[in-house]
Ligand binder design. Sequence first.
Ligand SMILES: Cc1cc2nc3c(=O)[nH]c(=O)nc-3n(C[C@H](O)[C@H](O)[C@H](O)COP(=O)(O)OP(=O)(O)OC[C@H]3O[C@@H](n4cnc5c(N)ncnc54)[C@H](O)[C@@H]3O)c2cc1C
Length: 587
Amino acid sequence: MPVHDVVIVGGGGAGLRAAIAVAEKNPSLSIALVSKVYPMRSHTVAAEGGAAAVIKDFDSFENHIYDTISGGDWLVDQDAIELFVKEAPNEMIQMEHWGCPWSREPDGTVAVRPFGGMKKERTWFASDKTGFHMLHTLFQTSLKYSSIVPYDEWFATKLLVEDGRCQGVAALDLRTGRLEVIAGRSVVICTGGAGKVFPFTTNGAIKTGDGMSLAYRARVPLKDMEFVQYHPTGLPGTGILITEAARGEGGILVNSEGYRYLQDYDLGTPLDVTDPNHPVKKSMELGPRDRLSQAFIHEQKKGRTIKGKFGDVLHLDVRHLGEKRIDSKIPFVRELAKKYAGIDPVYEPIPIRPVLHYFMGGIDTDITGATTLPGLYAAGEVACVSINGANRLGSNSLTELLVFGARAGLAAADFALNQPPVDLAPLRKQVVDEDARITRAYLTKSGGTERISTIRTEMRDTMEEGAGIYRTDEGLKATCDKLAELRERFANISLDDRSFTYNTELISVLELDAMLDVAEVVAHSALARKESRGSHQRTDFPKRDDESYLRHSMAYRGEGSPRIDYKDVVITRWPPGERVYGQEQSK
Ligand SMILES: Cc1cc2nc3c(=O)[nH]c(=O)nc-3n(C[C@H](O)[C@H](O)[C@H](O)COP(=O)(O)OP(=O)(O)OC[C@H]3O[C@@H](n4cnc5c(N)ncnc54)[C@H](O)[C@@H]3O)c2cc1C
């Protein structure tokens, strides 16, 4: 019988960490771990560069907090970042005890590398396959607990809300095509981001914003959704990420003239690297990602990019690091460049361009992971707590999965322990209705003329055109209109596959449905924010406007377009200031 105490949707880093937290808190609690793919295929596995936490004597909590707040252009909630930074080292050491093979300095201590926007080296890594090792560690640890019941290849389609509380999900078993209740006295959403809303992304195919849409449809607000991060160094064509670690290890960015163009842009003072053996002493390449991605567009306008097979590119040059350092510190970069760009970075520069990488926004939660809907929690990339503000610093996200995955798990366990047992009957009725909706819309309908791939491609193109690195009122309005048109056309969609066993076309249409929700919220939130901050750059409103917009945007599902409201940013000890990086802060 699918009745549990806590239902966790998502088997990535956040979901597994949450599940372990519940299991450790109280062995009598039954935990459902629902994942649309086998957990080791979650996107966390793709993370390369590392996870940030203060560990060295030359660093401090204050530094990590301040770097993150200024990197996020003051849209970061300061209570959240303070506890995050303080809890991070313990979580990372816990990972070590569970078996995560952190790379080491020659003296045996944990090694750290510099990362973009971080003033000091504080990024722990496991070679350049950090996410792989972290996910493995969490997955194998989760297997120790028999109270964690896996639902691998089950797709959640709806949150079940009864008596004003979230009490489970409707989920499709991919093997049989049956829609079932998976009930619990609390639910944690850990479904990751939504990079696939854009055409050109580092994100895996499964990152379609399902969890954001599930919450939004249950009338839970989505926060700061206009803030989407472009990573400055993706491979052209595939969008495959060349990790920031390549720059952390000393890689430099050059334009068509072989010139280190970043010196022409306002990135703050270059980072002074502490390591005396580092190949680059001052690294402007480690500026924040939003600024580096924007610099690409300016170089393009100046005609200083290089024409490639897949459009304009710039070069990431790591040749001066030498074969030995490349092979020991960033071997995966060499492997990817050889396989997917056809060049060996030991001898040639790597062609790169900005690609959509990460969603700073997500389901609005407090510092325990609780949402506005009782019984519903969220953590990981799907959530916005918010420690990333208007621009995430690389390597904070993997640590966020641990700190807030654990917190959300504990809070969901506490909530579950204080609720009466679940009454299945009304939940079953909701699932019967949901099943009828899906069957009617996709499996028995005849005469539909629209194709999934057409609507998906048009959605992605309009997002890139109107809601990409630079935005305007006119462009955003056009994108909002186009998305409304696509939503209408979506009602007329037709599937070829009407079968029940592993119907991947059905999954694709459910994912597209979710992506249309997310795209609409991003575009409308961006249209409403008439200022430039972090990754949200409006050429018609080029200045940051703290007076009107030092606030989180909150998107609520309305009858037509989303309704956008605002909520104050939590400011405790760090008043808003000029955004500089690589400098000692005044306080
Ligand atoms: C290429 C790449 C490299 C990165 N490198 C770094 C890095 O070096 N450092 C860093 O800090 N961050 C990095 N990031 C970001 C970071 O890896 C992600 O933000 C993070 O791993 C997301 O973890 P998550 O647990 O929230 O979600 P994911 O790992 O994406 O897991 C989502 C889970 O939800 C499940 N799911 C989704 N929808 C449904 C549904 N409808 N029903 C059931 N299950 C569902 C999936 O099956 C999956 O198990 C990188 C990201 C990418 C794409």
